[in-house]
Every structure is written in C-alpha cells, then in structure tokens.
Write a protein that binds this ligand. Structure first.
Ligand code: HEC
Length: 403
C-alpha cells in the first residue's frame, strides 16, 4: 500500500530490478521473491492465497536476484533496504529454527512452512545411525550448514560435490548412497526433471531445520498483518497444508503457521535469499591478512577524498552515506567478505555516477578501506579480479598500538 518516490538509495536498485518496479500498480501489495530460489513458486502461491483469503486481491510479484556472485547469497543487510523501498513482503526467507535471527531492521511474519536440510538417498534409505563405519555422505559444497553433520559423526567421510545437481546425479546413479541436501532445491529439481523421487527425511539437528517467513519493513505492517491473518484462514480451512505440500516430508506432515519468537535486534547473519548461509567463525582476534600494497592504499586515500568523502565523510565516519570504517561497517555479524563490498563499490559507487571510475581506482579504494579497517599492507598488490573474488571476511580490526 505504499507509494514511495525513489530516493538516492532507491536509484541504485533500479538497475537491478528494472523497469518492472517502476510500473507497479500503486495500490498493489508487492510480494518480492528471490528469482534464484528454485522453490519460489511455492512461496508465491502461499502469499497469493493468504492475501486473497484476507481480502487483498491486488498482489504484485516482484522478482529480485537473491543469489549474489559469491556463494553467500544476498548480503543480509540489503534486506532492510529492499523491504523499505521495493517490497511489502519478501517471501521465502529461511530462519534457523534452533537459533532464530533476522537481518537487521526487518520484521518477520509467522512461519508458513518448515523446511531445511534433508537426509537423502535411494530407497530404502538407511537412517544415519545405521551407516557403516567409514560411510561416504555427499553434500553440495555450498551447503556449509549441512557440513555441521560431520563433526557429530567423525567416522563418516564427507564427499563434496560442486553443486546440488551433481550430488543428485551421483545418488541416482548409485555412485553415492546417502547425502544431505537443501529441501527446497530437491523439491524444485524433482519437479523439473521428473526423475524418480529419492527418499528423504529431515535431519532434526540444530541449524538444519529452517522456517520460511515473509520479511517486511515496519512501514509495511498492514500488509504483513493481512498476510498473517490470511495464513490463519488458510490453515483453519485446511488449505495451507496443500499449498506447502512440496515442503512436506514423506513420514511427517507439518508446517502449521505458528508465531515465532525472534530477536530482530541482534545482528547475525541469517540467510541468503535462497538458502541459509553458514555463520562465519568469529575470527576477529586472528591477525588480518595483507591483501594490498601501501602504494595502493595511498592512491586510494586521494581517490576517496575526491570521489567519496562528500557522502561518507573525510574520516569515513558517514554522512549521507553510511560509515565505511569501524565495527558498524565491517561487522562480523554482517558476514561480509571483501568480494561483496568490492563488487558493491565497483558497481554502485559513487552513488551519483556508479561504475564511472577506472578499475584500478576501485581497487585502490578497496585497499584504502582495508587499511582503514585494520588490514595491514603487504608486498603483493591487490588486483581487480582478486578483489572481486575475495572470500576474506571483512571484519574491523583495531589498529595495532602505535610504536
Ligand atoms: C552521492 C553520495 C555518495 C557518494 C559520492 C559515494 N557514496 Fe557510497 N553510499 C552512498 C549511500 C547513500 C549509500 C547507502 C545506500 C546504498 O547502499 O545503496 C552508500 C553505500 C556505500 C557502501 C556500502 C556500505 C554498507 O555498509 O553497506 C560502500 C562500501 C560505499 N558506499 C563506498 C563508496 C565509495 C568507495 C565511494 C567513492 C568511490 C562512494 N561510496 C561514494 C552515497 C555515496
């Protein structure tokens, strides 16, 4: 129900989301879905049905690209902006059932379905406890949460596949007996391929069970309230289970909409748009790596003064743009990597003329930001591609005490 004029920040999104958003019907409820989430059609169906049940007929589905270039999905901090500027509801967001946390500055509706990582194999599926010593269990490399299974079973051997598709192929070819997979992926893949369904069951372990919710900004409270009311109506009429049937388990039907308790104030990484992202180990005390040279940082300092200081402050303290230094920026809880922030800067900054600077200048700026956040200079220069692909966590380190 909001009609918001695009402001500076919103302009940045236009390239990403396209003209579609500009044309949206002013009065419709905008339901954003992650178009890289293979199961988003289930989430959209739930949203449409719930809103309709609550008397809201103008529902507009708005896609966003939730899977970033890296494997970590959509940076959690972006959800607040997306919710504020483009969406009344963001459906399909997974919340860890054992440790519920939301991205900062958003709220969540009650959960409408429960999903997570499932134990999978050909029938008859052996229970985890029945596996022989040294059994091989497959996971897709991206699923670092799924890897939590292995510390509990030191006698298993983990076999990592580049992607879910390869893992499923190995299971179907009987090269592999058992594995762990993100259920929404399985749901979508079986529907698409028409392959004979594999057996699976949920892994009732901490961090492997996730509840699907819709996120919203405080300003969209009315839409969220209607969605929650509609969910309740669907449940009362026995219709919710059918809608979320793809997430149901063979042996156990579940997924009632139950209100969840969450601590939205805590800034912990919850998830990418598509699948949960593993919490990064807190490595704030480890010495930060040397990624750039002192010359790069020096050039970066002058480029910063020229192109960035106006909005981000001469001491990176933040003005119209956020602070680019300190624990508030390079916060361990935000689960940001050098590659994420570099990609953002190179594509989106300076805000008025995104992408306008030479590549080397962006690299120099990254070097300067690293320096300002406590990363030491080294002998090896940072390159554009390295910066873009860097998985080094971006965490503020207090500068070493002056000699
Ligand atoms: C015209 C004002 C303006 C200029 C100039 C500008 N920025 Fe920004 N910047 C913003 C605003 C506003 C945001 C927050 C909105 C957004 O992220 O879309 C932002 C966000 C950022 C972020 C993300 C911060 C976070 O915590 O998510 C980074 C990094 C950044 N800018 C770096 C730069 C760099 C480097 C330059 C210089 C090349 C620059 N900016 C120039 C306005 C500006």
């Amino acid at each position: 129900m909001r009609c918001r004029k695009s402001r500076g920040g919103a302009r940045i999104w236009v390239g990403l989301l396209g003209a579609l958003l500009l044309q949206r019907a002013a009065a419709a409820v905008n339901v954003c879905f992650d178009q890289s989430n293979p199961a988003s059609s289930v989430d959209l169906r739930v949203a449409r049905a719930a809103l309709t049940a609550a008397g809201e007929r103008r529902v507009q589905a708005v896609p966003f690209e939730g899977q970033g270039k890296g494997d970590d999905g959509f940076p959690v901090r972006r959800f607040a902006r997306l919710a504020r500027e483009q969406c009344d509801l963001i459906v399909g967001f997974p919340v860890d059932a054992s440790d519920p946390h939301l991205p900062p500055q958003v709220l969540a509706t009650p959960a409408y379905a429960r999903t997570g990582f499932v134990w999978i194999g050909r029938s008859p599926l052996p229970a985890p406890a029945e596996l022989p010593q040294g059994a091989v269990v497959g996971i897709a490399e991206l699923d670092t949460w799924a890897a939590l299974l292995f510390p509990a079973h030191p006698d298993w051997r983990m076999q990592a596949y580049p992607r879910d598709a390869e893992l499923l192929a190995a299971l179907r070819a009987d090269v592999l007996k058992t594995g762990v997979i993100w259920q929404p992926y399985l749901v979508a893949e079986e529907k698409r391929s028409g392959a004979r369904p594999l057996s699976f069951r949920r892994l009732e372990m901490p961090h492997l069970v996730w509840d699907l919710v819709a996120l919203y900004a405080p300003g969209s409270h009315a839409a969220a309230e209607r969605f929650a009311r509609g969910l309740q109506t669907l449940e009362d009429r026995g219709r919710l289970a059918g809608l979320i049937a793809p997430y149901a388990l063979p042996e156990q039907r579940s997924g009632s909409a139950s209100p969840m308790r969450m601590r939205p104030d805590e800034r912990r990484p919850a998830a990418g748009g598509l699948r949960p992202v593993r919490k990064r180990q807190r490595s704030g005390t480890a010495a930060p790596p040397a990624l750039y040279t002192a010359q790069q940082a020096e050039r970066g300092a002058s480029a910063y003064a020229q192109h960035c200081a106006l909005c981000h402050g001469t001491a990176l303290e933040g003005r119209t743009g956020p602070a680019l230094k300190g624990p508030g920026f390079a916060d361990p809880a935000s689960d940001f990597h050098v590659g994420d922030i570099f990609g953002f800067i190179a594509r989106m900054m300076p805000a008025a003329t995104p992408g306008s600077l030479p590549r080397e200048t962006y690299v120099d700026l990254m070097a300067f930001l690293l320096q300002q956040n406590g990363y030491p200079a080294g002998t090896q220069a940072l390159s554009y591609d390295q910066a873009l692909q860097s998985r080094v966590p971006l965490i503020y380190h207090d500068p070493p005490a002056a000699p």
